[in-house]
Design a protein around this ligand. Structure first.
Ligand code: ATP
Ligand code: MG
Length: 183
């Protein structure tokens, strides 16, 4: 699953619409402290269904919305869109009619999050499962937060196993089993 574009609008410090092309190969993001490098990774995690405010360095989910600055008022919504190369047709059947799959998440103050996959409204779970089955997603070990390496070194074996399971691509199966057991 290759990401080709990340678009942000009103997400954290990215108040103006920002369109980032993710070229093939290695991409580096450089800039001074506080310019928004970590916010970009958080946008990626968020559009893939991250729902823990702490993972977004916030107190509540609405904290991802641009909160205002000395010269700019706060915004009422935040939107992130992720474009995925689907030329190998790996997406679930109902979304598999195009070379490009777009995932959109939008949060509006007091109205929560809404998701779209290939232009169709879907649940958070649909987006989360899409990425879980592709061994990527909000909790993927491919996304390494600042300070996470030392956390991993100090982690309990059970937590470290979870990272290996994610890498092996079986976490989607675990989630389905867990949901089946709850029914
Ligand atoms: P470092 O090099 O220190 O790791 P960084 O480039 O990773 O910095 P980020 O942590 O991504 O920087 O960006 C932090 C900036 O984003 C801060 O200036 C903070 O005020 C701003 N920011 C975070 N959330 C919001 C928000 N909801 N609204 C407006 N600005 C925000
Ligand atoms: Mg940072």
């Amino acid at each position: 699953m290759r990401f080709t574009r990340l678009r942000l609008n009103g997400f954290k410090s990215f108040v103006d619409p920002t369109d980032l092309v993710i070229a093939e190969g290695l991409t580096g993001v450089v800039g001074p402290n506080g310019c928004g490098k970590s916010n970009l990774l958080e946008a990626l995690r968020w559009v893939m269904g991250e729902n823990r405010p702490t993972a977004m360095r916030g107190g509540g989910m609405e904290d991802v919305i641009f909160a205002g600055a000395a010269t700019r008022p706060a915004r009422n919504f935040a939107e992130v869109s992720l474009l995925i190369d689907n030329s190998e047709r790996l997406a679930p059947a109902e979304f598999n009619d195009s070379d490009i799959l777009e995932v959109v998440r939008r949060i509006t103050r007091d109205a929560g999050s809404a998701y779209k996959l290939g232009g169709k409204e879907v649940r958070a779970r649909d987006v989360q499962m899409l990425f879980a089955d592709a061994s990527t997603g909000a909790h993927s070990p491919a996304l390494v937060r600042q300070g996470q390496i030392s956390e991993l070194i100090n982690a309990k074996p059970r937590n470290r196993r979870r990272v290996l399971e994610e890498a092996a691509g079986i976490s989607g199966l675990y989630q389905r089993r867990h949901e089946a057991e709850l029914r």
